[in-house]
Ligand binder design. Structure first.
Ligand code: GLC
Ligand code: CA
Length: 633
């Protein structure tokens, strides 16, 4: 039996007879121990936990370092990059999914939650990575994808083989279609990546069959969490990786895991809603509350695990976009559920004083009042890179920011401007209370690659929207480590054994003379951004990141909150954090510090701790698009 996805780019990959083989490391029948009655454990002492003000670096594995020369980043490559991360000053790395996967959403389509994709390595290499990271005091977090698996997961393949109403199908959302012959999808839900959330399957006898639900692409069937097998499998998975030394998980797409049991039609979307935003208005899955029972169950499992394993301090961080609703974050980040939840509003805010303050202040106030830790980020693998966002000609226009991280305007980009703003932005966000998640390459000031050849694009968003949305490939281009184009700028080794090109999906039009093309082509001149080029350059983005992270550690009191003096200048955002005063000039023109002292008198006698502007060390002046930290001394 086959389901019938429609994207021409990857059609056929769902075929049961397809070539991807699943390493079935757990049984199909639900044989995992279910949560028993819970032993009483003391609440986790989160007040001093390492992660509350940690800097976590997101490693997008396939683009970090390719150690074996097949053009795809791998676990052994991450080990070679650890010295760079240690020098940068990060406390932990978060690995994007490294599980076996057909890679149709680059690992967010998991075929086996208990193994490593052979393209990335094996469990022994994974263990070595954890040990090597620990040697450098860097913890390793993984990515757990609870909403869906890959259509190549053994459970889904079994569900396709099984009959309607079978236990195999009960792990997913299989439903009969509407219409006289069941030819219409069971409801009107729209998928995040475009199109319907339903795909029809062909039954064993060859007849058109039931439909299954996929919030994202057809290659990512949603689990039905009311099925005990699903609950048990994830409990088992978490423990499996904790036992290997993993210190926590970033939990993917948690806001859509719950579903109203009857799967009713979603109400009409508000007038003017963009096609790509329709899914977000579906109240029968977005923030549907049943999922919270499972997050509570996970937290109990973790609390019990910590109690049974003294010294372990595990963190979970949930990915839930809650535009302008910090109160919604509290549904996820609380002592019974996730330890952290990304505060995305700042990442999606225009570059202007009113919006920056109007995002930071309520998030900080709401979470702090509830005792919930703050978790900031300015970049990730789903979002246009900050250098490009802030370089757009409409970067300060309210109307241009959709608050949907998958949708951006196509206005012209001034990279020089975007870079100075991104420099100011990292100095700003690093000064906020809470933890900070970085995305690989932002420390090099990488821009979004906007002109990838069409044939190189791999993001399902691009295919599912028929190219109307370019998707996220442009922030996922392999990192430059050196200026040497013959090694894909140091991404791949100098002599490439290229033993496993059979699994490579490289489609590069080869902008570089590398022996092996990286899986996604790098633009010419990419080497100028490399670690090697920036390493000893005091004015580089890399140097700025290092000094910001070290100043954060040295000068900021982790317990200090924010105070907001009223700024007397329309382009200047200002806050106190303990003894440190942070001043950001979002305008193009220089501002004299004396002109803003009226609202923060202590600035007059403060010392300049750092400036985001290369070469700037004059405490009396604040150049345009610059963030400075001052210490009252
Ligand atoms: C999350 C991930 C994204 C992925 C999606 C589906 O938003 O960050 O990369 O495509 O979930 O798993
Ligand atoms: Ca490789």
């Amino acid at each position: 039996m086959t389901a019938s996805p429609t994207s021409p780019a990857v059609a056929g990959s769902l075929s049961v007879a397809g070539s991807f083989s699943v390493a079935g490391s757990f049984p199909l029948a639900g044989s995992f121990p279910l949560a028993g009655s819970r032993a009483t454990v003391p609440p986790t002492a989160t007040a001093s936990a390492w992660w509350r003000d940690a800097v976590v670096y997101q490693v997008y594995i396939r683009s970090f370092v390719d150690a074996n020369g097949d053009g795809i980043g791998d676990l052994a490559g991450i080990i070679t990059g650890l010295d760079h991360l240690e020098a940068l000053g990060v406390d932990a790395i978060w690995l994007t999914p490294c599980y076996p996967s057909p890679q149709l959403d680059h690992g967010y389509d998991v075929a086996d939650y208990f193994a490593v994709d052979p393209v990335y390595g094996d469990l022994a290499t994974f263990d070595r990575l954890v040990a090597e990271a620990r040697r450098r005091s860097i913890r390793v977090l993984m990515d757990v994808v609870p909403n869906h698996c890959s259509s190549e997961h053994a459970w889904f393949r079994a569900a396709l083989d099984a009959a309607p109403g079978s236990p195999e199908r009960a792990r997913f959302y299989f439903r009969d279609g509407r219409g006289r012959l069941g030819e219409l999808p069971p409801n009107n839900w729209r998928s995040v990546f475009g199109g319907s959330t339903w795909t029809r399957v062909t039954e064993a006898d060859g007849s058109p069959g039931q439909w299954y639900l996929h919030t994202f692409s057809p290659w990512q069937p949603d689990f039905d969490w009311s099925c005990p097998d699903v609950v048990a499998m994830f409990r088992s998975m978490l423990t499996f990786w904790f036992d290997r030394g993993v210190e926590g998980f970033r939990a993917d797409a948690v806001a859509v895991v719950g579903k109203a049991p009857e799967l009713p039609d979603a109400p009409p979307v508000p007038e003017g809603t963009a096609e790509n935003d329709a899914w977000a208005h579906n109240p029968y899955t977005v923030f549907w509350p049943t999922a919270h029972d499972h997050w509570r169950d996970w937290r109990r499992l973790i609390d019990d695990y910590e109690a049974a394993n003294p010294g372990r301090e595990i963190v979970t961080v949930s990915e839930a976009y809650t535009p302008d609703r910090p109160d919604l974050l509290l549904r996820f980040v609380n002592p019974e559920q996730f330890h952290q939840s990304f505060c995305f509003d700042l990442m999606l805010a225009p570059w202007r004083v009113d919006t920056l303050r109007a995002t930071i202040e309520p998030v900080e106030a709401t979470l702090s009042a509830a005792g919930a830790p703050l978790t900031w980020t300015m970049n990730n693998h789903d979002t246009q890179r900050a250098v490009t966002r802030y370089g757009r000609s409409d970067a300060a226009e309210l109307s241009s920011w959709t608050k949907n991280n998958l949708v951006y305007t196509g206005t012209p980009v001034d990279l020089a401007l975007g870079t100075v703003r991104a420099r100011a932005a990292i100095a700003l966000v690093a000064a906020l209370p809470g933890s900070l998640y970085l995305f690989q390459g932002e420390e090099l000031g990488l821009p979004e690659v906007l002109d990838l050849p069409l044939g190189a694009r791999q993001d399902p968003i691009f295919f599912r929207t028929d190219g109307r949305e370019p998707g996220r490939d442009g922030c996922r281009v392999p990192l430059p480590w050196s200026a040497d184009p013959t090694t894909s700028y140091g991404f791949s080794p100098a002599t490439s054994p290229a033993t496993s090109t059979a699994t490579s999906t490289a489609t590069s039009t080869a902008t570089s003379p590398a022996t092996v093309s990286p899986w996604m082509p790098q633009p010419g001149g990419w080497g100028n951004y490399s670690v090697e080029q920036q390493h000893d350059a005091p004015e580089s983005m890399l140097a700025l990141y290092r000094s910001v992270l070290s100043a954060r550690r040295a000068c900021l009191d982790p317990d200090a909150g924010l105070e907001w003096p009223t700024s007397t200048h329309p382009d200047v955002l200002m806050f106190h954090r303990g003894d440190v005063t942070v001043v950001v000039n979002v305008g193009a023109d220089e501002v004299m510090i004396a002109d803003v002292c009226a609202s923060a008198p202590r600035l007059a006698s403060s010392r300049l701790l750092l400036s985001s502007s290369a070469g700037h060390d004059d405490p009396t002046r604040l150049p345009g698009n610059t963030c400075c930290w001052f210490a009252s001394s």
